[in-house]
Design a protein around this ligand. Sequence first.
Ligand SMILES: [Zn+2]
Length: 330
Amino acid sequence: MADVLEALPVFGLLLALVLAVGLLLVRLWSAWLRRKRRPRNPVRGLNYLLNEDPGADPDADDVAAEVTHATLDGHLARATVLRRRGDIDRAVRLHQSLLARPALDSDARARVELELARDYLAAGLLNRAESLLAVLVRRDDPLRQAALEARLELHQRERDWTAAAATARELAASGAADIARTLAHYLCELAEEAWRDRDLRGARRQLTEALEQDPGCVRANLLRARLELEEGHYREASAACRQVPDQDPRFLPEALPMLVEAHHELGTDHDLLQFLEAVGAAHLHGARSDVSAGTYICDACGFCGPLLQWQCPACKTWGSIAPQVADPSD
Ligand SMILES: [Zn+2]
């Protein structure tokens, strides 16, 4: 009996310990369940947000409790950082909360709407982005150009080249620099579509316009050469290829197989040899050895890959990738 009495405090201690561990486990389990229910995927999170009242979110209340002209820049900068690091749902929530503030005037509202459209673009919610941008591009102030640029990105994502070309023309008319090269590539995309639909007249018309927009558009001549070769128009194919070295000599190896085929079919190999001598055989050999190694480099960002792509997958610039040309002296 005495032993039992002596052991009682130990049992009590053990019981308390078991209860404490049990309580801790229950708390950890509840916290895990709460985290699991919270949407993590940005797009899933967005859908949740778009169907809920953003004002009911404590994050939104915290962000936009006080909005004045002085604080708006700070809020927009914070949302941009959120979007860039992939927290798109929080960026959207922030922008929606800003738009819910009655103190915002029309210009400030337009700035927030543009940022919200960029959030939607980043999340792949293209219809929502388009409905905001469709209104913003009708403005008559510097914001219009930014809205047109966002719309251009949207059309590219949709691969809607007709709309992209129309928006690029609007940008060119509003004085945007360096848009002609991009527009020429949209026209080349349209030419490829027309060619796939066997609309050869349409394809040729798009390529002619691409060269009018950007006389340095190598892609338009390479495409024209391929089309004419396939149609058996060897003189036209040769003429398109011969323009390539003047546009960018690095692309001559891309044109050369078509040039050889066209002159072979015409029986004018001698003319071809004369042409090659004129453009410089040494340069040609240097470039060929490198292209066969499969190296294409982006002039804008240095991206390097084994395929010729007309839009750089890294920096998204059009027409910036070219075959790497080795120094003939190497
Ligand atoms: Zn690049």
